[in-house]
Design a protein around this ligand. Structure first.
Ligand code: 13P
Length: 260
């Protein structure tokens, strides 16, 4: 079956509201009217309202980069799903490796956050990925499989089809060294098998699996050509409107516009 490609820009901790507004406007201008792809912009929390204003009335979705699992409470510095929803967010990245590494986010925390996100009808982008050490030790499939199983533990079969999973090898993030298409396909196929076992093969065929880690215009076409690569979670290149637009076009299977 053919899944609709989905490309998300994870802007990480880049962009005041003013800068995010300008970047979102530049991106919309650069992509024009693309139809065969879903696009999600994930600015920092503080820039969500500004980007929401820019993407309003365009078929571009808004995502947050994290959330807390509770609705409200004594959690200093945290942001809940209803708060994000109020700002127009429809997606939320969960379990990014930078949060696992820098904020001590565990699989159990990921599962609670995923549960909160789906309970409110938003779509989680659930991130999994191995370190270089784990890859070198031949443990990639075991590590990402365990992360996936743990993170999706609270998801029901009814909620599952709208999930987005992102495979982001830690060694490929921000390094300029992307997974090869064959490496990505091997992991994506294994993740889909796990999804089939956890839910059903039919549900697994509907869940989109993004690749992330040094995605650039010049490697996106060969990555998206893999049967189980359904889009991208883009960091650095999503901060450059022309590069991000080129990646989105590759995911949509649209040739680059002729340059004069
Ligand atoms: P880069 O595209 O900068 O490697 O980052 C990937 C990423 O972490 C997206 O979430």
């Amino acid at each position: 079956m053919s899944r609709r490609p989905v490309v998300a820009g994870n802007w990480k901790m880049h962009g005041t509201s003013a800068a995010a507004t300008a970047l979102a406007q530049d991106i919309l201008r650069a992509i024009g009217r693309l139809r065969r792809v879903d696009i999600i912009l994930c600015p920092p929390f503080t820039a969500l309202p500004a980007v929401a204003r820019v993407v309003k009335r365009r078929r571009v979705a808004l995502g947050a980069q994290d959330c807390h699992w509770a609705e409200q409470g004594a959690f200093t510095g945290e942001v809940s799903v209803p708060m994000l929803q109020e700002l127009g967010a429809t997606h939320c990245i969960i379990g990014h490796s930078e949060r696992r590494r820098d904020c001590g986010e565990t699989d159990a925390a990921v599962a609670r956050k995923v549960q909160a996100v789906v309970a409110h009808g938003l779509t989680p982008i659930v991130c999994v990925g191995e370190t270089l050490q784990e890859r070198d030790a031949g443990r990639t499939l075991e590590v990402v499989g365990a992360q996936l199983t743990a993170g999706l533990q609270p998801v029901t079969p009814e909620q599952a089809p709208r999930l987005i999973v992102a495979y982001e090898p830690v060694w490929a993030i921000g390094t300029g060294r992307n997974a090869t298409p064959a490496q990505a396909q091997e992991v994506h196929a294994c993740l889909r098998q796990r999804l089939a076992a956890r839910f059903t093969p039919a549900i697994a065929r509907q869940i989109r699996i993004q690749y992330g880690g040094s995605v650039k215009p010049d490697n996106s076409a060969e990555l998206i050509a893999q049967p189980d690569v359904d889009g991208f979670l883009v960091g650095g290149a999503s901060l450059d409107a022309a590069q991000f637009a080129a990646i989105i076009r590759a995911a949509a299977g649209v040739p680059a516009p002729a340059t004069t």
